[in-house]
Design a protein. Sequence first.
Length: 415
Amino acid sequence: MISLGCAKNLVDTEVMLGHLGEAGCTFVDDPGDAEVVIVNTCGFIGPAREESIRTILEAAELKKSGRARRLVVAGCMVQRYAEEMRESLPEVDAFVGLDQLAGVTAAALGELRLEDGAGPAAGNVIPATYLYDHRAPRRRSTAPWTAYVKIAEGCDHTCSFCPIPAFRGKFRSRPVADVVAEARALAAAGALEINLVAQDSSHYGRDRPAGESLATLLAGLDAVDGIEWLRVHYLYPNTVTAGLIEAMATLPKVVPYVDMPLQHAHPAMLKRMLRGGSGDSHLRLLERFRAAIPDAALRTTLIVGFPGETDEEFAALLDFVRAARFDHLGAFTYSHEEGTSAAKLVDDVPEELKQERRERLMEVQQAIVAERLEAMVGAEVDVLVEGTHADTDLLLVGRMPTQAPDVDGQVLIND
């Protein structure tokens, strides 16, 4: 199984691995030893799709040079481009859409015909409706002490650059009791750290009966024995409440970590992105978090090169980053996506300028990070030690509560 894309996609991968494991399949680490290769694709933006196609074609070569007899392709790209992929990738033996994770076993064993894969026809993307629960079999691919838990699926926002609602579907939350039950099972299996993921985690519970919210979910998870760290990913500025900030500040197992993709800071740019707000409103919200959680690490992601982005708007973004002083920041160049409202705009920022702006933004952020790390010299911190360094047994590797797996930095321990 080759899993591409985000942590939410990784959870889907682990559910598929669970179904395959229940069926008695044996897993191998070397693709050359596999009789069946499955690629779980990401279809979010152009570079992700290119990586997915490249990986599929590399896996197809294993049918010529290795033991592989079947190639199965699953995930977001299948849901979004099912018919096109069938026509352009004859090397693939079966396709599995987002609503068909349980069907991965039939696809792997050759019991699912090619035409029985994902159902959408060309030009007619069908939004997914599936939402896993704690009863779904799951075989984790992360280290045993850490786990991702998807608390909701889909999205109700209409951000002009984002195609996800079109194929992931409407926002749908899992019940609090169901998420807590999964966390208990993960703790019993050795998980010390739970990372909560959704497209908009702070929207959690708004489609559920009154009384269920991200704050109440965190309170339920905080009571799970064995879990020591709870981390929330992907808050949305418009759905953050005072109750959520209080819960994150007061619940002892919730780590001081605020992950809130803001995308931009200039009000005109945010309006074109159909997000609203401004750099000033973002800074006020960040200050509310810092006032409640003084030692919080702040993470965000930003987009440069959105259609019409002027030098003035980009300069405002740089000024915002200098003022916000994020601990962790990821920046992406805009990708023109069909099926989004932004696709109707002219993609008028040259690719070279997009890359230049991204580099300038990251240079500003790197200087901020260097200052913030320098200020930590002499501090004593809690670290989750994860083993020896990949390059040498003379170093141990760990993470502070303010460092999420995979996306943030690490602590190297040499004594």
